[in-house]
Design a protein around this ligand. Structure first.
Ligand SMILES: [Zn+2]
Length: 260
């Protein structure tokens, strides 16, 4: 079983590297879902099911990172989970203005199709194909603009995360929510502004462009400093749906006024 998983991972990585070498990135992004569709035919089966594209396969593609990729839509476990969590909020008639930071290509495609009038995407990287390219520490939007903000795997890249969190709070509607996730570690969060090289950041924070590693308590504390009420939702793994154990912070803007 392990050998088969390794073979699948090696084959996927081989095809991906070959295509990247042969074609320009822009072209590959344009035809990504066509390529993935044909590739997924190799995996047709009934052992697992993707929550986003609905495809049924012999298995997900195990990546070197430990993530499980959907053969057809390229989704990762946290994206398949997010799709489930979002369901109550993405009916066109619910009319909730959603701001999605750094969306995956498949979620962006699905949500744009489902709620085109109420869905805005943003990524600082201008190559990402999002609607906006906000600096999250200076969001050029009025106060109380969004009913739901999705901010997954962003804050661990932002040096002034407290300012980013204040901005998230400012643009969230009074009855709104922010769904937030980063990589988390047990114990205390790790942050050191003197660690600046890519190699040191990889060693201390787990990725070359991360500037800290949060704990759930550490990030919840920073969110509460800005006025959010924070609920840490814990989800369990589901091998059939390719979901991993994970925590999502659900932040609501219900500030308790102690002093008037
Ligand atoms: Zn899928």
């Amino acid at each position: 079983m392990v050998e088969r998983a390794q073979f699948i991972a090696t084959m996927y990585s081989f095809f991906k590297k070959l295509l990247i070498r042969l074609f320009p990135e822009k072209f590959l992004i344009r035809i990504e879902f066509i390529l993935r569709f044909f590739y997924s035919l190799l995996y047709l089966g009934s052992a697992v099911r993707c929550t986003i594209c609905g495809g049924k396969f012999t298995g997900f593609i195990p990546l070197a990172s430990g993530d499980l990729l959907c053969p057809r839509c390229g989704s990762l476990p946290r994206q398949r989970r997010l799709w489930i969590i979002l369901q109550p909020f993405i009916h066109p008639e619910s009319r909730i203005n959603i701001l999605h930071f750094s969306p995956s290509r498949i979620l962006q495609k699905k949500l744009r199709r489902k709620i085109p009038l109420y869905y805005t995407t943003s990524d600082y990287d201008r190559k990402s194909g999002t609607d906006k390219h906000f600096d999250i520490t200076r969001i050029p939007e009025p106060d109380d603009r969004y009913g739901l903000i999705i901010c997954f795997h962003v804050l661990e890249h932002i040096p002034d995360d407290r300012q980013a969190i204040r901005e998230l709070y400012r643009v969230t509607k009074p009855e709104g929510r922010v769904f937030l996730q980063t990589p988390f570690k047990e114990g205390n969060m790790v942050e050191d502004k003197t660690i600046t090289t890519a190699a040191d950041r990889l060693h201390h924070f787990g990725q070359e462009d991360h500037v800290r590693v949060y704990s759930v308590e550490g990030l919840a504390g920073r969110l509460e400093e800005a006025g959010f009420s924070v609920q840490a939702e814990q989800y369990s793994a589901d091998p059939v749906l390719g979901l991993k154990e994970e925590t999502v912070l659900i932040c609501s803007k219900t500030k308790v006024q102690i002093f008037s």
